[in-house]
Structure formats: structure tokens, C-alpha cells
Design a protein around this ligand. Structure first.
Ligand code: HEM
Length: 147
């Protein structure tokens, strides 16, 4: 439907430059919640947040995140096929000390990145379409916290 078209259309250009867009997203995330930085065990190797974000380990995580988003966009017709993967990804994040509440601020950072990158094309329906897909990803990952 319309949601899928909006997401695919906007990802067409963004997906070609994953790392710089992911860096915008994570700069925003660490600005909104600097404490998240310390959950990356390799964050002790860098001084400032900007330092961290340009380090290879952080860029690798940014790349991993963008590849998960890319997978979701390419599986919009069949998001359920990603559930096992996302459940396990959730478990890994629980293990490194991430809180499910942090996914709210991750979502805000994703929308911030979209807004910065899409400019005029960032519309209310597009925002909602992305939120719907992101909510699916978060719900599936969050099952990894269940006891
Ligand atoms: C791995 C932290 C959000 C995807 C990791 C690791 C840490 C971490 C510490 C292990 C070290 C590493 O691989 O770099 C966080 C924090 C987040 C966050 C603090 C925000 C609160 C996300 C999101 C996604 C994601 C939103 C994708 C939707 C991944 C992937 C891995 C990973 C694919 C590799 C897992 C594996 O080794 O199989 N994350 N992460 N992360 N993260 Fe995140």
C-alpha cells in the first residue's frame, strides 16, 4: 500500500549512503541520551562523542543498524520473516545492557535523520509509515527481553 511506497521511495536514495545517514542518526541518539555511549564496551577508547562516532567499531555498529533497516525495507511485504532474527538481535541487546525504553529515543533519532535527509519529502504520512515499520522492528526485538 501507500506506506510501503513511501518507505521504499525514501530509502532509495538514503540506502545508497548508509553510513553517513547512520552517523546522523547516532549523533542525534548520543546527543539525546549520552549514557547509551557507555554500553559500547569500546567507548572507553575514545574521548568525545564525535571521536567515538568516527571510530571503526562505532561505524561498524552504525553499518549493522543500517543493514537491519535495509532488510526491513526489503521485506516490507513479509516483515514476519524477520521475527526470529529480530528476537535474537533483541536478546543480544539485552545482554549488552540496552533497555527497551531506549528504543523510543532511537526512533526519534531515526525520524530526525529522515527529516534532515529528506527535507520537503519528509511529510506526516511518510513519518507515520516509518514509525509503523520501526514499531514492528521494536516489538519483535523487545520479545528478546521477555523472561
Ligand atoms: C550489536 C548497542 C541499537 C543492530 C550491538 C552491540 C552493542 C550494541 C553494544 C555489540 C557490539 C557491536 O556489535 O558493536 C546498541 C545500543 C543501541 C543499539 C546502545 C541503542 C540503544 C541497535 C538497533 C539495531 C542494532 C536499533 C538495528 C535495528 C545491531 C546489530 C548488532 C548490534 C545487527 C550485531 C549483533 C551480532 O553480533 O550478531 N549493539 N545497539 N542495534 N546491534 Fe546494536
Amino acid at each position: 500500500g501507500k506506506d510501503k511506497e513511501l518507505i521504499r521511495g525514501s530509502w532509495e536514495s538514503l540506502g545508497k549512503n548508509k553510513v553517513p545517514h547512520g552517523v546522523i542518526m547516532f549523533s542525534r541518539l548520543f546527543e539525546l541520551d549520552p549514557a547509551l555511549l557507555s554500553l559500547f564496551h569500546y567507548s572507553s577508547n575514545c574521548g568525545s562523542t564525535q571521536d567515538c562516532l568516527s571510530s571503526p567499531e562505532f561505524l561498524e555498529h552504525v553499518t549493522k543498524v543500517m543493514l537491519v533497516i535495509d532488510a526491513a525495507v526489503s521485506h516490507l511485504d513479509d516483515l514476519h520473516s524477520l521475527e526470529d532474527f529480530l528476537f535474537n538481535l533483541g536478546k543480544k541487546h539485552q545482554a549488552v545492557g540496552v533497555n527497551t525504553q531506549s528504543f523510543t529515543v532511537v526512533g526519534e533519532s531515526l525520524l530526525y535523520m529522515l527529516q534532515c535527509s529528506l527535507g520537503q519529502d519528509y511529510t506526516a504520512p511518510l513519518r507515520q509509515a516509518w514509525l509503523n515499520m520501526y514499531s514492528f522492528v521494536v516489538a519483535a526485538m523487545s520479545r528478546g527481553w521477555a523472561k
